[in-house]
Every structure is written in structure tokens, then in C-alpha cells.
Design a protein around this ligand. Structure first.
Ligand code: BDR
Ligand code: CA
Length: 316
């Protein structure tokens, strides 16, 4: 039976690829997509979620949740890597911005409607999840599992020397979520950065004539260009897509139970994910952490899932 899923995200090109997969993969029933500020500001993130879904036009539209302003966050975004509009500056348009409830309300409603059966896949900063838990304090034990894209175990960050973007952007929400009793899995940078996509990945995408193929071929070249121009790298990382694959095919990953927390005050270490790795840990284990993935098989999973999406969006 397909697993009921909410994707909470900040599109962002890798978020958009993950949504494209999840909308059509038969292993998932995507019941809601909720936007959060992160790679782009709140209103743009909400527009982007709507733009991706309208463009792909799936047979069943998920519920959408709107991002709202985040106070006191780290005040950074990732437009250099994702484009000014977050989707590679391709001029994606929406019919008109639908009235949407705030993301945290949608999350609460969907989980309450189906207790213990909804997986929440978090591909952006954890603002909405912390707000949802504040709004409904019982929610953490009603979520089946929270799967979080972000953090790093080895202490090598991607936005500061030690912090990963999603954790840094709203470190206090990340800490709230890490400390909550929700069952959770972390898919950190240590693992997502082992899955490198060389240029030939573009040749393995569905044909341009399909809605998914056309969309991905319009946004992904921006990522290859940004990696080459900004980082001097010829291959790219799609962190959030790797995280989605961990839900589709968990057997491609190895996990360890760990105890993690997030630094919320450090001058140099804001957003650092800290794990008690002492010989005799003093903190209680609070999450499963992905420690290894099979890169080739993860990429095959992406290609196969996207090929299903291509077939579902061919024609007309
Ligand atoms: C994360 O940061 C964002 O730019 C990506 O979308 C991903 O969620 C990786 O650090
Ligand atoms: Ca993201």
C-alpha cells in the first residue's frame, strides 16, 4: 500500500525534483505539499510549490500550504545556487496564487485526519514542523515518521564551515524538532554529498515532450552551471532527492541510532548538528541517522522513479 506523505519544502531546484518524483511514484500517496522559507523567501516558496504542481498537473492535486515570514532566522537564502526565483530563472508562472492555509495548519489537519499513518518529509528549514508541534502538542506522537534532509555528522557544513543550510536557517526550530518525541530519521550532508550526478544524468531524464521531462530539463541546467561557476565542480548534488529516495528505498541506506541536537547560539557554530558520540553516550538516542548510501543504486532509483513520472505525463 502506498505510504501517505506530506512534503514540507523550500523550492529550490532539488526540492522541485523531489516533488516531481513524489507526485507520480506509486509507492507514495502525496497528500500535501507545504512551503517554507529557506532557499527563497516565504511568498516565493509558496508560489514555487504551486508552479511545480500546476506545471506537472498530476491526476490528484495534493493540498498546498503557504509559507509565512520567519522571525529571527539566520537571514540567508540560497538564490545563488537556485536562481533568483528559486527555480533557475525560467519564468515559471502560476495561474494566480490560490488561497492557501498556512503550512503548519495543513500539517496539523492532515496528520490529525490519519493518525500514525502520515510520513512527513522535511526538505527545508524546520520552521513549519516546530510551529505545528507548538500548535498541537500531541502531534509528534501522531506522526508516523519525520524524515529530515539536513545536518551533518562530520561537522563539515555547506553554508558555514560547520552548519548545513536547513539547520542554520532556523536553528531554534531545528532544535525544537530534534528534542521532540517524534520518531525521526536524519539524512545528513555526509550521505547526500556522496551521490554526485554527472552531466549524463540529463540524458537519463524522461523525454522533453513529457511534462516532467520538459520541466526538469528547464531547471537542472541552472544547477550544473551554478556548481561549475560558483564551486568549480562539474557534477551536482541533489540533497533533497537523495532524502526522498531514502523513503522510497530504505534498503539502499545504512542507519545508526544516534542522539543529536542543534547549536542555537554559537558565534561560529550556529546551526551545527551535535551528536553525542562518546564511548558511553550521556544523551538518549533520539533519531536514526543515515550513515551510508549506495550512490549508483540511489541514482538508478531516481532515474526509474522519474521515468514513471515521464510516462504519467506523456502526451496531450
Ligand atoms: C539543503 O539546502 C538547500 O539548498 C537544499 O534545497 C537542501 O534542502 C542542503 O543543504
Ligand atoms: Ca530544500
Amino acid at each position: 500500500m502506498a505510504r501517505k506523505v506530506i512534503i514540507d519544502c523550500d523550492p529550490g531546484i532539488d526540492d522541485a525534483v523531489a516533488i516531481s518524483m513524489a507526485l507520480f511514484d506509486p509507492r507514495i500517496e502525496l497528500v500535501a505539499v507545504t512551503a517554507t522559507a529557506g532557499n527563497v523567501p516565504a511568498e516565493q516558496a509558496s508560489r514555487n510549490v504551486q508552479a511545480v504542481i500546476e506545471r506537472l498537473d498530476p491526476p490528484r492535486f495534493p493540498r498546498l500550504g503557504a509559507a509565512t515570514f520567519v522571525e529571527g532566522c539566520a537571514g540567508t537564502d540560497n538564490r545563488l545556487m537556485h536562481g533568483d526565483d528559486g527555480l533557475g530563472n525560467q519564468g515559471h508562472v502560476i495561474s494566480r496564487l490560490h488561497h492557501q492555509h498556512p503550512s503548519e495548519k495543513v500539517i496539523c489537519d492532515v496528520v490529525r485526519a490519519d493518525p500514525h499513518r502520515v510520513t512527513l518529509i522535511c526538505l527545508g528549514p524546520l520552521t513549519n514542523i516546530a510551529r505545528a508541534f507548538q500548535r498541537d502538542p500531541e502531534l509528534p506522537v501522531l506522526v508516523d515518521r519525520l524524515v529530515i534532509s539536513g545536518g551533518c555528522v562530520d561537522g563539515v557544513g555547506n553554508v558555514t564551515a560547520v552548519a548545513e543550510f536547513n539547520m542554520f536557517f532556523d536553528a531554534s526550530s531545528a532544535r525544537t524538532v530534534f528534542r521532540s518525541p517524534v520518531t525521526k530519521t536524519l539524512v545528513p550532508l555526509d550521505v547526500t554529498r556522496t551521490v554526485r550526478l554527472t552531466l549524463d544524468f540529463l540524458d537519463r531524464l524522461p523525454p522533453e515532450t513529457t511534462r516532467v521531462g520538459g520541466f526538469l530539463r528547464s531547471i537542472l541546467p541552472f544547477t550544473y552551471r551554478a556548481y561549475r561557476q560558483r564551486l568549480g565542480q562539474e557534477s551536482i548534488l541533489l540533497h533533497d532527492v537523495v532524502t526522498l529516495v531514502s523513503v522510497l528505498e530504505p534498503a539502499l541506506f545504512e542507519y545508526t541510532e544516534m542522539s543529536g541536537d542543534v547549536e542555537t547560539r554559537g558565534e561560529l557554530t550556529l546551526g551545527l548538528t551535535v551528536f553525542d558520540r562518546r564511548h558511553s553516550p550521556q544523551w538518549r538516542a533520539n533519531m536514526d541517522v543515515a550513515r551510508w548510501a549506495d550512490p549508483e543504486k540511489v541514482i538508478d532509483c531516481m532515474v526509474n522513479s522519474l521515468s514513471l513520472a515521464g510516462s504519467a505525463t506523456a502526451g496531450e
